[in-house]
Write a protein that binds this ligand. Structure first.
Ligand code: KIV
Ligand code: NA
Length: 266
């Protein structure tokens, strides 16, 4: 697709229904992001998410999207300790959840992990720019690479990620000018989340684009639906129906086949 100049479409999903909607809509890829910690588990960030959380959500997504390229996201703590640990945990995504690839955050400081996982025969996606797992060091969820010095750091990271064997790179919240430079410089596909148009495809978080995640909305999100409103209104209508005995109606019940007298004999 990169060679043909065809844009890849990529979205996050964390459960069976969302994955099946994504597959029906013809998305090219699904990411089971550790953003699941915020979008579906209600944590303030991604740091508390465990390997077991990720595996069980990856399994649900795979069941919902059996024919889509699905990337499993390695959670904080699952690849930082050692190369060996990184490979063991990366293998779990393939063996237990049938993932097509894994993604991990960071540039030069995780190069040995990218190489080790890649040498194990696993497709690795890199992820630099805003990296939520290390957002403490970045001073919060903030755009990255906006000055020449930090842009240069990210370019060096990108090149080394490719050289280490990664098969794709995700840029998060960096200027489109930098995205374009990196996408042209690298032979592997470069994808954007909040990194502008000039690259090989786009990723969005389903909870953001569907209007399900209410805590905050990053600048780079385009809202395509208001699902939180739809669901809340449906619940309110249900409450109102029950309180006022408008539900259930006759069509919602199983009438007895025998007369009431037969019941009374019991
Ligand atoms: O977990 C996730 O959804 C991600 C994206 C924010 C890039 O890693
Ligand atoms: Na993530």
């Amino acid at each position: 697709m990169k060679k043909k100049g065809e844009k890849a479409t990529w979205i996050t999903a964390y459960d069976f229904p969302m994955a099946s909607f994504a597959e029906q809509a013809g998305l090219d890829m699904i990411l089971v992001g550790d953003s699941l910690g915020m979008v579906v588990l209600g944590y303030k960030g991604t740091v508390p998410v465990t390997m077991d959380d990720c595996i069980s959500h990856c399994q649900a997504v795979r069941r919902g999207a059996p024919n889509t390229f699905v990337v499993g996201d390695m959670p904080f703590g699952s690849y930082q300790v050692s190369d060996e640990d990184a490979v063991v945990n990366a293998c779990r995504f393939l063996k237990e959840a049938d993932m097509d690839a894994i993604k991990l955050e960071g540039g030069r400081r995780v190069i040995s992990k990218i190489k080790a996982i890649s040498d194990a025969g696993i497709v690795v996606f890199g992820h630099i720019g805003l990296t939520p797992q290390s957002s403490g060091q970045q001073g919060g969820f903030k755009a990255q690479g906006r000055d020449v010095g930090s842009a240069r750091e990210l370019i060096v990271d990108a090149i080394q990620i490719q050289e280490a064997g990664a098969r794709a790179l995700l840029l998060e919240a960096v200027p489109p000018e930098l995205t374009e430079f990196i996408a042209k410089k690298l032979s592997i596909p470069v994808y954007s989340i909040g990194a502008g148009l000039p690259c090989d495809g786009q990723l969005m978080i389903c909870g953001d684009m569907l209007g399900m995640f209410q805590a905050f909305t990053p600048k780079f999100v385009k809202k395509y639906a208001s699902v939180a409103e739809v669901i809340t209104n449906a619940f309110k209508e249900y409450v109102d129906d029950v309180k006022n005995e408008r539900f259930p109606e006759d069509k919602h019940v199983y009438h007895a086949k025998d007369s009431m007298e037969d019941f009374e004999k019991m």
